[in-house]
Design a protein around this ligand. Structure first.
Ligand code: PLP
Length: 407
């Protein structure tokens, strides 16, 4: 097939409501343009800057009379552009913007949307790095913040005239809490509050939050989208008008992903649907195994009817994702003994990669807090977080089983 007909085919398919399947977009999305040298894979444009044939070209570029992407690496790169197109297609977003980490995406968005005098609300279970940033640094910008439980009524009570933004994780870390997106988005619209959602745990495979009225979606690409525990990245996704303003802000802040990492992400995304399908299935089997084990007190997994948000999760999530958090009967000692006796998952932070990872939650993200502070935050000392990877679920279950015998 010649390039032009092929490009027309992809364009028409997407315009006809029928579209293309999720896996097809994982492989081809954003990449349908012809390539130099007929290369099947999209190349890495490892360049810091771009040349102009003459000064008139430069004038034309700045006066938007040419179709070139960028004049300098901080303002654009073709490999990164293809990655952004693919991510936008997978998320159902008008546009995507990628960053060197999830935290870079978060801080850029927050500092763009909020200004001195603003108040922000965060849901109270979430990635500690984000909470630490807010607790340590927001005051110096004159921005105040508060934490709320995962309840619509509680969120509404906390909204005041200066409230500019609501931030939540979907599902949250480590207890996999979820908000009813449609209702929360409606409340935010009524109150003119910007709804910023970190959907790293859901991924675009399990949910498309923008269609419920969320204003901006964040992903740590380090997790499922990168998928191999070998890179760091972040993304923001939403409406074109907002993303274009964010792009300018990002270019001047200088928080730019490397073209080589963009290539690794393009490579990872080809198998993303397959990986997520397996991870959803394995994690659910493991959650059920743990829920029925006599040495386990409680399992936090959104697809289990015992989870407080089971019904919301059922409505919004195609699968429960790869994190299974659980409390071992006993204390920190029992949780530690279990984790230290596992052979397959390594003790590490992060999630969403090929290798399963595990840790005692208190010992990793909450190590700097006193037992009383942890209790106030609802983090149990006997809680373990397992990030399920691509090993056979039977092997992971056997491993958990033998480790539980030693508890
Ligand atoms: C839910 C969530 N959001 C954001 C981040 C930050 O992403 P990164 O580590 O890519 O900066 C993390 C990191 O663990 C996370 O778990």
């Amino acid at each position: 097939m010649d390039d032009e007909s092929r490009q027309r085919f992809f364009k028409n398919k997407r315009q006809e409501g029928e579209g293309l399947g999720f896996s097809t977009e994982c492989v081809h999305g954003g990449e349908e343009e012809s390539r130099e040298h007929a290369s099947v894979e999209y190349p890495i444009y490892q360049t810091a800057t771009y040349y102009f044939d003459n000064t008139q070209d430069l004038w034309d570029y700045y006066h938007k009379k040419s179709s070139r992407l960028s004049e300098y690496g901080r303002y654009g790169n073709p490999t990164i552009k293809v990655l952004e197109k693919k991510l936008a297609l997978l998320e159902g977003a008008e546009e995507a913007l990628v960053f060197p980490s999830g935290m870079a995406a978060f801080t850029t968005a927050l500092l763009f949307v909020c200004q001195t005098g603003d108040h922000i609300i965060l849901t109270n279970d979430g990635y500690r790095g984000i909470h630490k940033f807010c607790d340590k640094y927001l005051a110096r910008f004159g921005i105040t913040h508060e934490y709320v439980p995962f309840e619509l009524g509680e969120i509404e009570k906390k909204i005041k005239p200066t409230t500019r933004l609501l931030f939540s994780e979907f599902p949250s870390n480590p207890r996999l809490r979820v908000l009813p997106l449609r209702e929360v988005a409606m409340l935010c619209r009524q109150k003119q509050v910007f709804f910023f959602l970190d959907a790293t745990f859901a991924t675009p495979y399990n949910c498309s939050p923008l269609k419920y009225g969320v204003d901006l979606v964040l992903h740590s690409l380090t997790k499922y989208l990168g998928g191999h525990n070998d890179l760091l990245g972040g993304a923001l996704l939403g409406k074109k008008e907002l993303l274009e303003q964010l792009r300018l802000f990002q270019g001047l802040l200088g928080s730019i992903l490397e073209p080589h990492t963009a290539y690794l992400l393009l490579r990872s995304l080809k198998s993303f649907a397959l990986r997520m399908k397996t991870i959803n299935e394995s994690a659910e089997k493991i959650a059920i195994f743990l829920a029925n084990h006599p040495k386990i007190e409680r399992v936090w997994y959104p697809r289990l009817p015992s989870h407080p948000d089971y019904l919301v999760a059922k409505e919004y999530l195609k699968g429960g994702g790869g994190i299974v958090s659980f409390e071992v009967k006993g204390s920190l000692d029992e949780a530690t003994r279990l984790v230290d006796n596992l052979y397959i998952p390594r003790i590490a932070a992060s999630l969403g990669g090929t290798e399963s990872l595990v840790h005692v939650v208190t010992a990793m993200s909450y190590h700097d807090l006193s037992p009383e502070q942890r209790k106030a935050m609802g983090v149990a000392d006997n809680m373990v977080r397992l990030a399920v990877g691509l090993e056979d679920s039977e092997d992971l279950i056997r491993d958990l089983s033998q480790a539980l015998e030693k508890v």
